[in-house]
Design a protein around this ligand. Structure first.
Ligand SMILES: Nc1ncnc2c1ncn2[C@@H]1O[C@H](COP(=O)(O)OP(=O)(O)OP(=O)(O)O)[C@@H](O)[C@H]1O
Ligand SMILES: [Mg+2]
Length: 411
């Protein structure tokens, strides 16, 4: 298909009509010349007149125009100068310059500058002038049509792209709600059973305290209880989330160092991890966050637990807190394991995604994401400097927060 036909087809399809105004501006310092030209053109075009380049620029700023016909020799501003100025002000117009023989040489260099559509020599023939204006108009129409088409097509593409995105995220949201609904129902059941177990264990703990039993047995039970307690809290959170679609945060000023400390000591409570190395590095003088300290601690605990599980016995897990440029706080957990299996990466923060078989529920990172996003933060993973995984949580710092420091501890 040739390009004019293509443009015509597209214009019809997108409803782009004629882009011509029918306006022609004639510029000459000789009133008589203006009159003769105007007489020739008035039947076919709407003619505007200007006696100088400066006046032409003023007219062009307001009048609906397609073509400008200017005499080259005018005091103050030549025809080429005028077209050059117009090129910046009205790039959608076509210019025709009328010149005498004597001007031709000096004009050569000016042709590019002015971007004139055509030069007509004096004395001109009426038929030449009419044809030149006709062709200049067609050129202008084509340029404006293409411009209009590009604009419309770009808008369409945006529109299409936008609705596609909206559909996709609706789809995603539906899927998410579906899953969360399931989780909510599940967690209510589990929470109920766990509460029963808890009250049994609590009375066992009380009875043990009355008896003269070994210290480590008592400790074992206390730790176990702390675990069950934090599980219950997690389930509670999930249930709330499945009901309201958001997490209920108990926000208070929290020191990042307190969150890190609490998370590390909770992670150490796990007997399996007692002997493992967890190194915390908290940058000095970090501001307090307005955040739910318990939930943030839970995020770090989940990350540290994963890191410990992924690391070799002798591996070090590094937990850090520091400020990033742009008033953001980074909490990071790095390990020396083998890194996240590539097959899991895309779904990592979705519920029930686990690479641990029966050993993992696949909820830890999902919970972490819910909590972080409820704090308007983001969570991501990348390969760490030691070859393992590096999980990064970035939270906004909203400014200096006064008030009592919350400990950030969990249960
Ligand atoms: N630091 C890590 N290094 C390598 N793989 C990891 C790491 N952290 C998480 N993963 C992978 O991501 C999966 C999902 O982690 P997530 O914490 O959500 O669930 P989980 O640990 O399997 O179960 P749980 O619900 O008990 O936490 C893990 O099973 C593991 O395969
Ligand atoms: Mg986990």
């Amino acid at each position: 298909m040739d390009s004019s036909l293509q443009i015509a087809t597209l214009s019809e399809r997108l409803g782009v009509g004629s882009q011509l105004t029918g306006g022609v501006l004639l510029v000459d310092d000789e009133p008589l010349n203006l009159r003769v030209l105007a007489d020739l053109l008035e039947e076919r075009w709407t003619v505007h007149l200007a006696g100088s380049g400066a006046e032409a620029l003023r007219v062009a700023a307001g009048a609906p125009l397609d073509v400008v016909v200017a005499d080259q020799r005018m005091p103050g501003m030549t025809g080429v100068d005028l077209l050059e100025a117009l090129r910046r002000q009205r790039p959608d117009l076509a210019g025709i310059v009328i010149t005498g023989y004597a001007d031709m040489q000096s004009l050569e260099s000016a042709i590019n500058r002015a971007n004139a559509f055509r030069f007509l020599r004096k004395p001109w023939e009426p038929a030449d002038v009419l044809q030149a204006i006709e062709q200049a108009s067609a050129f202008v129409a084509r340029g404006r049509t293409i411009e209009q088409l590009v604009r419309l097509l770009a808008a369409r593409e945006d529109e299409l792209h936008g609705s596609l995105e909206a559909l996709r995220s609706q789809q995603q949201a539906l899927l998410h709600l579906e899953r969360v609904g399931t989780i909510g129902r599940l967690s209510s059941g589990i929470a109920h059973d766990l509460k029963n177990v808890m009250s049994g264990l609590r009375s066992a703990e009380w009875e043990l305290q009355q008896l003269d039993v070994a210290q480590d047995l008592r400790e074992f039970l206390t730790l176990g209880l702390a675990h069950v307690d934090s599980l219950l809290r997690t389930l509670q959170t999930l249930r709330d989330y499945s009901r309201s679609g958001s997490l209920e945060l108990e926000a208070a000023p929290v020191l990042p160092s307190a969150v890190v400390e609490a998370a590390v000591s909770i992670s150490r409570m796990d007997l399996a991890f007692r002997q493992r190395r967890i190194e915390a590095q908290v940058a000095p003088g970090l501001p307090r966050l307005l955040a739910d300290g318990q939930k943030l601690t839970q995020v770090l605990v989940n990350l540290i637990r994963n890191a410990l599980q992924a690391s070799p016995e002798a591996g070090v897990v590094r937990v850090s807190a520091r400020l990033l440029p742009g008033a953001e706080l980074e909490l990071a957990v790095e390990d020396e394991g083998a890194g996240v299996p590539p097959g899991l990466l895309e779904q990592l923060f979705q519920p029930f995604v686990s690479g641990k078989g029966d050993q993992g529920l696949g909820m830890g990172l999902y919970m972490a994401r819910l909590i972080v996003e409820s704090h308007h933060g983001r969570i991501s993973v990348a390969p760490g400097p030691a070859g393992g995984a590096r999980f990064q949580v970035v939270l906004p710092v909203t400014g200096p927060v006064d008030g009592p420091v919350a400990s950030g501890g969990v249960g």
